[in-house]
Design a protein around this ligand. Structure first.
Ligand SMILES: NC(=O)c1ccc[n+]([C@@H]2O[C@H](COP(=O)([O-])OP(=O)(O)OC[C@H]3O[C@@H](n4cnc5c(N)ncnc54)[C@H](OP(=O)(O)O)[C@@H]3O)[C@@H](O)[C@H]2O)c1
Ligand SMILES: [Zn+2]
Ligand SMILES: [Zn+2]
Length: 352
């Protein structure tokens, strides 16, 4: 075992602070990574504040972070995919049973025995797993991804959650040229959704509560931008969408978006607000519309997404911050004040 520097939350109400954690020495299938950048996902904030207590209560201390890029420093004897010096990335999962039908199908995100990158029982050390707000991590090679070398690392980190979580449902629901696609909420996930829908050739409409993001939305690839508080603007799109991706982190009126779907249209929730969202039955019955959800994506699809980003030169728009600014960044997330993902420069941990 060895020590790693990290930032942790010790309760739902206290700010995150500097700490030292223990990592395992690499077993024969493990890759040890020096973390260079880690994105800040709104899920980190939900978890730190125990907002998902009904579904997955937070165990403290909690070291969040599941948008990890770095450099390989050590590998186990059986590791063939990576060698020291390689770039590597880790997303929301670090292990699964590998044997169930979901794992066999390459859909590890649906395995009942998935080990998430943080806040899940740690099979090796006991306690729970600790995530990427740290200077290093040790992960089974099956869950380590390759980063295309043309991508800037700070902007590549958020692809590991915000990227795959928006790419996967768009591929599943057939987003392509000729489809009208909505993206609700221009935050970390939403802005990646806009980039992917645009790259896949769809007609993209962004729904935002922030008038100040209108120009950016066009720059990111939106064909149209709707201020969702404006009922007239919303009405103009009634019954017209093939697919809508809802990436809002807080309570909002999902019915207003269901009404914008055409016949057989689908709205997929990737945003995971703390409280349930009411749905009117007739919103779905009329037009045989569907509402679904989608969690991250499997390992093979995550690699496919990274390679797609390499080929299309897609990264996240990031504001790079030192680890010491994480609490301030959380407050800004709550005000929708991020353009469009915070990426932590882990070199800042050296001074702790
Ligand atoms: N399904 C999954 O696997 C998965 C993976 C990662 C994250 N998530 C979840 O997805 C959600 C978004 O994550 P994120 O990291 O993208 O968050 P984020 O960067 O904070 O973005 C959320 C965006 O939602 C909009 N918004 C915020 N409050 C709102 C409100 N009260 N009403 C309407 N719109 C509001 C804002 O966009 P505008 O300013 O444009 O309105 C905001 O920028 C979170 O709940 C997160 O936990 C799910
Ligand atoms: Zn995330
Ligand atoms: Zn499995």
């Amino acid at each position: 075992m060895f020590n790693a520097k990290a930032y942790s939350a010790t309760s739902a109400t206290l700010p995150l602070g500097s700490t030292t954690i223990t990592r395992r020495d690499p077993t024969e299938d493990d890759v040890q990574i020096e973390i260079l950048f880690c994105g800040i996902c709104h899920s980190d904030l939900h978890t730190v504040r125990n907002e998902w207590s009904d579904f997955m209560p937070t165990v403290y201390p909690c070291v969040p972070g599941h948008e990890i890029v770095g450099r390989v420093t050590r590998v186990g004897a059986a590791v063939s995919k990576f060698k020291p010096g390689d770039l590597a990335a880790v997303g929301c999962m670090v292990d699964s049973d590998g044997s169930c039908p979901e794992c066999q199908a390459g859909l590890e995100q649906f395995c009942r025995n998935t080990t998430f990158t943080y806040n899940t029982p740690d099979k090796h050390l006991g306690g729970v797993t600790y995530g990427g707000y740290s200077d290093s991590i040790v992960v089974n090679q099956r869950f380590v991804l390759r980063v295309p070398t043309n991508l800037a690392l700070a902007g590549a980190a958020p692809l590991l959650c915000a990227g795959i979580t928006t790419y996967s449902p768009m591929r599943h629901w057939g987003v392509t040229k000729g489809k009208k696609v909505g993206v609700v909420g221009l935050g970390g996930l939403g802005h990646m959704g806009v980039k992917f829908a645009h790259a896949l050739g769809a007609h993209v409409v962004v729904f935002t509560t922030s008038a100040s993001k209108k120009d950016d939305a066009h720059r990111l690839g939106a064909d149209e931008v709707v201020l969702s508080k404006n009922a007239d603007e919303m009405r103009q799109h009634a019954g017209s969408f093939d697919f809508i991706l809802d990436a809002v982190a807080a309570n909002h009126d999902i019915g207003a978006y269901i009404n914008l779907l055409r016949r057989d249209g689908n709205i997929t929730l990737v945003g995971a607000p703390e409280k349930p969202l009411p749905v009117a039955a007739f919103g779905l019955i009329v037009g045989r519309r569907s509402l679904s959800g989608s969690p991250i994506g499997g390992i093979a699809e995550t690699q496919e997404m990274l390679d797609f980003c390499g080929a299309h030169n897609i990264t996240s728009d990031v504001e790079v911050i030192p680890m010491q600014k994480v609490n301030e960044a959380y407050e800004r997330l709550l005000k929708s004040d991020v353009k469009y993902r915070f990426s932590i420069d882990m070199a800042s941990l050296k001074s702790e």
